[in-house]
Design a binder for this molecule. Structure first.
Ligand SMILES: [Zn+2]
Length: 203
């Protein structure tokens, strides 16, 4: 069984200093870290707070992702794909079930579709010129409605490897929207050809 919240806090605090600051992480010592270790310090640890605050859309009646079920650039009856605007990477896409499910509640039939679809989205994003890799993330801490992130890493930018990419994304200037929109359309068209689905919400 996992440590209780208090046990976990005590366990972490034992490694912190008198201000509850942990030492700098191994990741900040990685030479591609966006932050130089000198002058950097870790935020003080905060004690656990229970119960956790509700996520957006815990009640499907208030879920913005349910209300947006017809918004996006590619659709099947079960899924939709949308472009995330305002990011720093060349392309960020989000895959949502059109109905309200979190990952742990997803029926097996939809989970199987998600696996195949994830492969196709990655394949089509990586087929874009000047994109080296499509990263896939499922976090789920902010919203109850399942949403899978696809982040395109720009080719040649070896500093943006791995789990630092979302941090670099936040630091980078906004990527040109018209370029991202055209590439998102190319991915959607390629998905229609390779997987099926359509460019409009309703058949
Ligand atoms: Zn929802």
């Amino acid at each position: 069984m996992a440590l209780t919240p208090d046990e976990f806090y005590d366990h972490a605090r034992a490694a912190a200093d008198s201000e509850l600051r942990l030492p700098l992480a191994r990741m900040t010592g990685w030479e591609i870290s966006p932050f130089e270790p000198e002058g950097l310090r870790v935020s003080p640890l905060r004690p656990p707070v229970l119960p956790e605050p509700p996520r957006h859309g815990e009640d499907p009646a208030d879920c913005g992702m349910c209300k947006a079920r017809d918004e996006g650039l590619w659709f099947t009856d079960h899924w939709r794909l949308a472009r995330v605007a305002g990011v720093g990477v060349p392309l960020a896409l989000m895959l949502y079930p059109r109905d309200h499910y979190d990952l742990a509640e997803l029926p097996d039939e939809l989970a199987a579709e998600m696996g195949v679809l994830t492969t196709h989205v990655v394949r089509q994003v990586q087929a874009l010129p000047h994109v080296a890799r499509a990263h896939v993330y499922r976090l789920g801490d902010g919203a109850a409605h399942l949403h899978l992130w696809f982040f395109a890493r720009p080719a040649g930018q070896g500093q943006f490897l791995g789990s630092w990419l979302p941090v670099w994304d936040d630091l980078l200037p906004e990527y040109p929207a018209e370029v991202a929109e055209a590439d998102a359309g190319a991915v959607a068209d390629a998905l229609v050809a390779s997987y099926g689905g359509r460019r409009t919400a309703n058949a």
